[in-house]
Structures are given as structure tokens and as C-alpha cells.
Design a binder for this molecule. Structure first.
Ligand code: TTP
Length: 218
């Protein structure tokens, strides 16, 4: 009788340590997913030597123009992250969205070179705001936030705008410029987070990830 119960105890211990090991392995294998097709966002995370997957989310990006810019970017970021988080509920998923706001007008990505030229004419010689919304799903929680950065452009000549549009750089970027590329030559100064203009407020995103329980290697 005593032998049976000792065997039982030994067996129970074995089973529980097996499950503990599985749980610990689960913790070790935390998966991070960037829900974006933006090469810039991918590069920003890669520069931190983080291990992550990229999963673009093909969501509808229409929004209610009566909403505030911060609500628009957070809503779109959430849509992107949620789409991927539904498929991978145990992962940490980051979604992000960037828009440019000049004179209360929202500028997204230009549809053609003509539109890019008009956007740059509008930004020339004045200031605008870049809003980036971030939405992060953890296996148990969701957080979202936005960053607002002021960017001031030099007065641009028609030739400058023409040759910048000809580089092709404006075409997949909100406001028709990339501050990380040739577009840096159009910028007189910025007030706020540079990385947010490129598409992902890095330090705040990493801080939020850590608070959600994601183990970072630094
Ligand atoms: C203002 C500015 C925007 N951008 C980019 C960042 C974003 O990629 C893009 C804004 O479009 P988004 O719709 O935010 O992103 P995306 O379509 O490129 O990628 P996804 O929706 O899959 O996440 O503009 C720059 O790269 N540099 C800049 O200076």
C-alpha cells in the first residue's frame, strides 16, 4: 500500500515538472509579430536586433474624417494589429499607422505623382504634424497610444519638388515624403520623435511591450 502511494507521489511530481517545463518553454518562445507591410517599420525593429515575424494585414484603411487625427491613427493601428492578433492569439502583435496633418487636412499616401506634387506644394514653407498611432496586443491585454511630431519644411522651389517626386520616394509615404531618405533635405527642423515620423515611435513601443510582459534581450 505504502509503495503504491510513493509511486503515485513520484508520478505526480514527474507530471507537474513536465507541465512546468512546457510552460517555461512557452514563456521562452514568446512570439513578436509586426503587423505591417512597411519596410521602414521592419527596419526600425531589425536595427534593435529583435527577433520577430512580419505579417501584413490587408485591412480596410478608410476612416471617419470627422474623427480627430489621433483617433484615426489609433483606430487604423488597432485594425491592423487586431487582424493579425486574431490569427495568433498567443503572440505579441504590433500595428501602426502614420498620417500627416497640414492645415487640419489629413494627407495619406499620394495616389500618383500629381497628387504627390500637390502635397509637397502644400507642405512647402510651413509646418505640419505627423501622427503615428500604435496598437499592441499581448496574449492577455491590449494597449494603444499615439505620438504627434511637428515638422517644418523649407520653402521649396518647383524644381526641387519636381526632382524629388522624380526619385519615386514620395509614392508610398504619408504626406509624400520620407524624412529618412532624400526627403530629409526638405526638412528645416522637427519637434518630437523622429522615429514616429518614419512610422514607429520606437522607444515608447518598446517600453509598452516590456510593460505587457514581453522579455527583451536588453
Ligand atoms: C512622413 C513619413 C511617412 N513614412 C511612411 C511610414 C508608413 O510606412 C507610411 C504611411 O502609411 P501607413 O498606412 O501608416 O503604413 P503602410 O501602408 O506603409 O504599412 P502598413 O499599413 O502595412 O503598416 O508612410 C515614411 O517612411 N517617412 C516619413 O517621413
Amino acid at each position: 500500500m505504502e509503495i503504491v502511494s510513493k509511486k503515485r507521489i513520484w508520478y505526480d511530481k514527474l507530471v507537474s515538472s513536465f507541465f512546468e517545463t512546457i510552460l517555461r518553454l512557452g514563456d521562452l518562445m514568446q512570439t513578436l509579430i509586426l503587423a505591417s507591410s512597411s519596410p521602414r517599420r521592419k527596419e526600425l525593429l531589425e536595427n534593435l536586433h529583435l527577433t520577430f515575424e512580419v505579417c501584413s494585414s490587408d485591412v480596410d484603411e478608410t476612416y471617419n474624417p470627422d474623427h480627430t487625427p489621433e483617433d484615426i491613427v489609433m483606430e487604423l493601428a488597432k485594425r491592423k494589429a487586431e487582424f493579425v492578433a486574431r490569427r495568433y492569439p498567443t503572440a505579441f502583435v504590433i500595428g501602426s499607422d502614420t498620417i500627416v496633418v497640414a492645415n487640419e487636412q489629413v494627407l495619406g499616401k499620394p495616389n500618383d505623382e500629381n497628387e504627390a506634387t500637390k502635397m509637397l506644394q502644400q507642405l512647402s514653407g510651413s509646418h505640419h504634424f505627423v501622427y503615428t498611432g500604435v496598437s499592441i496586443f499581448s496574449p492577455t491585454k491590449h494597449v494603444e497610444f499615439f505620438e504627434k511630431t511637428e515638422v517644418v519644411f523649407w520653402e521649396l522651389t518647383d524644381e526641387e519638388i519636381y526632382s524629388y517626386v522624380n526619385t519615386g520616394e514620395p509614392m508610398d509615404k504619408a504626406g509624400a515624403y520620407g524624412i529618412q531618405g532624400f526627403g530629409r533635405l526638405l526638412v528645416k527642423k522637427i519637434n518630437g520623435d523622429y522615429f514616429s515620423v518614419v512610422g514607429l515611435p520606437l522607444s515608447k513601443t518598446i517600453r509598452e511591450l516590456r510593460m505587457l510582459g514581453y522579455d527583451l534581450p536588453f
